[in-house]
Design a protein around this ligand. Sequence first.
Ligand code: SAH
Length: 342
Amino acid sequence: MKNLRSMLPNEIEDILAGLGEPKYRAKQVFKWLGRGIGSIDEMSDIPKSLREKLKNEYTVYEPKVLSKQVSKIDGTIKYLWELYDGNAVETVVMSYKHGNTVCVSTQVGCRQGCAFCASTIGGLVRCLEPHEILEEVMFSQIDSGKQISNIVLMGIGEPLDNFDNVVKFLELVNHPDGMNIGMRHISLSTCGITEKFDKLAELNLQLTLSVSLHAPDDETRSKIMPANHGRGVDELMECYYEKTGRRISFEYIMIDGVNDTQYHAQLLSKRARYVGAHVNLIPMNHVEESRFQPSTQGHIKAFVKVLEDNGVNVTVRRKLGGDVEASCGQLRRKMQKGNQVK
Ligand code: SAH
């Protein structure tokens, strides 16, 4: 059955028109869906006969909380949700001075194969539907009681490998009668599926594109990110920025002895200045199965200094939720391995 929460008001209008119902009901239905109802029957101002007709062909689902961990250090909340088919994905809610940010997953697993990332270890299981990504935001807000003001698509999965569903999710979450979260408050993070950049640029969305660069040269990048093969750093730099003129930011995980040398810092500075990118350095979270180690504090400091001396806008990501495994794919991985998650 089709899920109603993946539909925009105009699509609901079409469905209702087919059932001989007036247009205004579409807005009513969409609003109910946005309030986080778990079944069609909860739409109390919709006539029962219409609810029954809808239930014949459509459904609404409320994901179950499999696990919820709250950091004692900074209040970061990590959810593991059970989806309708028994699969699980993670969502993280982080609180900053300027508001609450939710980090959502876009796929169950991932097929990009980055060597440092826990999400990709079991490969890709399936893409998330638009309503499933929306429900991560909606039910995190409802359960935590924290009003979500910002969204980052930086959880499990590669958003541009689930392009149509991710775009639909963006339209849904941005809709004024829905959660109404502005595009300027949304960041999409990608390992660089460059062939989708044109399509994204054409949509002219006002969102921030974060490129998970992690190395400024092809030799290093191809070693840690299979997605670099056949694409390359030069290609990554140009396409999106040139088409939209919108700023991009670079994510850069600091991995000991792999991408944290002075050579890398100098080349990264050049790349960042070329497109005016902001650089976000990420202290690497250790992943059990990975052979990599996080860079030392000393190396991170020296790396930052090179970037700053070159006039690059750089920040080091504050580590949030260190005690709740709030990094990409770790919790789901633990569950896959049969360990207790609470
Ligand atoms: N596929 C997208 C979005 C998901 S990954 C992308 O590649 O951007 C979100 C961010 O978490 C990326 O920048 C990714 O490189 C980072 N990440 C993955 N594993 C990590 C680890 N072990 N420690 C710190 N950050 C990690």
